[in-house]
Design a protein around this ligand. Structure first.
Ligand code: MN
Ligand code: MN
Length: 331
């Protein structure tokens, strides 16, 4: 069995204990760890509502409801993967570039040790720092982005380059992504112009608006994602505003007319057989939450990500990590 496991909720009530993701042990180690959850409590990149700095604590709290068996994917992810909650990156509120450095320096040794990272945002600007850390180890990555926005805009407010609307533009410029292997799902809402969607396609991304997405079954979307990503190493970036604000009200830039929580989770679970080396769940602003609706959904998204990684890993053989490292090296 994996070295690090969640607390057993049949032995101690879920509402007890210090809040970590899925009741995992809070450990700062890279030994015998397959996946590390890292809080990225930063929201200086937000262009509208702020408060995502409190996202990680809220998602961790809601995540105590998670149980060990993912019945939809037919797997006990924590029996496959040794998982920890690594704590939070030491971000500096108000200082985006210094915070990027702090996030990248936190994640890089984890990636270097072959650990899959799951970032809990934080506004979406943090994705650039995550990608810097992971691409330094793995090379340019395929992006699987669930979001109602492309976050590919060039700049805001007279040339300011670092916001939650620009991380993937910067990532492209820095050579951290493989756009031809990348897919954006769920685009919708009023735009600045038709060029907003077109530029993503011009960059080489496969882009599905919410209208296009909902016209397809989860199975078909899973096939599309697999076909697009292929055998590339991939990063899942899940902006909780992908969902309709009726299902995820606590977010910084809500866009109405989106998928339900059920629909979105079905699409996410269909993304099997993708080699995810990292992922995140971002843009949860607990001050706007009701009954932790958004936090519970974000926790579930994180759980599905862990389950997808476990599913992929178990297909390769349960003790594949050292072998995989030998075969692929650190590119
Ligand atoms: Mn968004
Ligand atoms: Mn976003």
């Amino acid at each position: 069995m994996p070295r690090y496991q969640p607390a057993d909720s049949l032995q101690s009530p879920r509402f007890t204990g210090v809040r970590t993701f899925a009741r995992l042990p809070n450990v700062q180690s890279t030994d015998e760890v397959d996946l590390a959850v890292v809080g990225l409590p930063f929201d200086t990149g937000a262009t509208f509502k702020v408060g995502a700095r409190f996202g990680p604590e809220s998602v961790r709290s809601a995540s105590h409801m998670l149980r060990n068996y993912n019945a939809e994917l037919g797997i006990k992810p924590f029996d496959v993967l040794s998982c920890i909650d690594y704590g939070d990156a030491p971000v500096i509120p108000g200082y985006i570039e210094d915070s990027y450095t702090a996030i990248t320096e936190t994640l890089h040794p984890l990636a270097e040790a072959g650990i899959v990272t799951l970032g809990l945002g934080g506004d979406h600007s943090i994705a650039l720092a995550e990608l810097r850390a992971l691409a330094a180890v793995h090379g340019p990555l395929a992006l699987v982005q669930f979001d109602s926005h492309g976050d590919l805009w060039d700049s805001y407010y007279g040339g300011h380059k670092y916001t939650h609307g620009t991380p993937f533009r910067r990532a492209l410029e820095e050579g951290l992504l493989r756009p031809e292997r990348s897919v954006q799902l769920g685009m919708r809402g009023p735009l600045f112009g038709p060029e907003d969607l077109q530029m993503a396609r011009d960059f080489g991304f496969t882009v599905l608006t919410t209208t296009e997405l909902l016209a397809h079954t989860a199975k078909a979307i899973g096939q599309l994602v697999r076909k697009t990503v292929g055998d590339a190493k991939a990063f899942l970036s899940f902006d909780i505003d992908f969902f309709d604000p009726a299902f995820a009200p606590a977010t910084g830039t809500p866009e109405v007319g989106g998928p339900t929580s059920f629909q979105g989770l079905c699409y996410l679970r269909a993304c099997t057989e993708v080699n995810f080396v990292g992922g995140d769940v971002v843009e949860v602003l607990p001050a706007f939450d009701h009954a932790q609706i958004t936090a519970h959904l974000a926790a579930q998204v994180g759980y599905e990500f862990v389950s997808l990684v476990a599913t992929h890993r178990s297909r390769l053989g349960s003790s594949s990590r050292p072998l995989e490292r030998m075969q692929t090296g650190h590119e």
